[in-house]
Design a protein around this ligand. Structure first.
Ligand code: ZN
Ligand code: ZN
Length: 355
């Protein structure tokens, strides 16, 4: 599997006639080499390369890294420059969004004969299409987070602080084998539901409210992302109406996912339905995003997307309606695109659960 990924990275070298590609994103380093630590640089050349790290990680890299020799540095930038000079690399590509101006200037200063070529994040584009081992991990982590949510469901009652529910959910995930939480969970009850990114607060959940949970786990480097909105007892009919509109927008978009569909078309399907029902101004964010080694990665699923759905892509579908002063609803599933449709990786039912 790593072989295929490295092959794709080398195609990028060929496209830009590079002698070397400098990879500094830890996610892309993990993708290409298997290294899971928090510091290092990967240099990829047309027929070899090197993974450079410091003494904290040399042993770990020796175990984890395949496809590249491992070397240890004391000063990172000097080691990169030395390696590039020793291997006569003159045209060196780097991902423009991931190198600071400071490091770029220093590299240029230390290696004046080289030409540094800024690139779009083509590695992130390669990472859009998941291979079988990634799909297995993404399904495992999504299933694990869904199971943790179901374990916490009986604790959602009037009088419980949002923050306690977030903590219980995190504990349940860890018990089920998650390495960590993917992000700070959103637990937004009552009027706070109108905050699309309302982190869990001290607020107590009350009867007659909707509560939105946006949560995810990490397992072997891969993330999950799911949002469930539940009702605590009977709620305002306006909120029930909003729930059914968001659910229908979510279902319509998911039904439309298949290879070849422009991602902006998925956004349009959900958005136009919500607008038709009169809530257009209350759905401000994009419909979804890719999920993988990063919880938010390519492809973007929004009106700005240029990509089309392809087999092996994994992304979220997460429409929402947020009405200030009343509350909000978001429903989010993560799907993997298959030959003739898609599969849900997240497993909690999105029918409204009244607790
Ligand atoms: Zn989410
Ligand atoms: Zn999301």
């Amino acid at each position: 599997m790593l072989k295929d990924r490295i092959f794709s990275a080398r195609e990028c070298l060929e496209r830009h006639s590079l002698d070397a590609l400098l990879v500094t994103s830890l996610h892309s380093i993990r993708y290409l080499s298997g290294f899971s630590g928090s510091d290092g640089v990967l240099l990829v050349t047309p027929d070899s390369g090197c993974f450079l790290t410091d003494s904290r990680y040399t042993t770990q890299a020796g175990i984890e890294v395949s496809g590249f020799p491992v070397a240890e540095y004391r000063i990172k930038l000097d080691a990169v420059v030395e390696w590039l000079s020793a291997n006569s690399c003159r045209r060196i590509g780097f991902i423009a969004s991931q190198l600071t101006v400071e490091v770029f200037d220093e590299l240029k200063g230390k290696l004046p004969v080289a030409e540094f070529v800024p690139l779009k994040d083509e590695l992130a584009e390669i990472r859009c299409i998941k291979d079988q081992s990634e799909l297995t991990l993404l399904e495992t982590v999504a299933g694990l987070a869904s199971e943790a949510f179901l374990a916490v469901l009986p604790l959602i009652k009037p009088g419980v602080p949002e923050r306690e529910l977030a903590l219980e959910l995190e504990i349940a995930m860890r018990r089920l084998g998650a390495d960590d939480k993917a992000f700070d969970f959103i637990v937004a009850s009552g009027e706070r539901g109108a905050l699309p990114h309302g982190h869990a607060s001290e607020r107590l959940v009350s009867a007659g409210e909707l509560v939105t949970f946006d949560f995810g786990a990490i397992f072997h480097g891969y993330n999950s992302d799911e949002t469930v909105t539940v009702a605590v007892g009977g709620v305002d009919p306006r909120l029930l109406d909003i729930y059914s509109i968001v659910k229908e927008a979510h279902d319509r978009a998911i039904d439309a996912v298949k290879p070849g569909v422009p991602l902006k078309e998925l956004d349009r399907i959900a958005r136009s339905y919500i607008a038709e029902k009169g809530f257009g101004p209350y759905f401000g964010h994009g419909l979804g995003h890719g999920v993988g080694l990063e919880v938010h990665e390519k492809p973007l699923v929004s009106f700005r997307s240029e990509e089309v759905a392809a087999e092996g892509m994994v992304f979220t579908i997460e429409p929402g309606i947020y009405v200030p002063g009343l509350g909000g609803v978001r429903i989010e599933d993560t799907v993997s695109v298959e030959k003739s449709g898609c599969r849900l990786l997240t497993k909690v039912s999105k029918e409204l659960q009244v607790l």
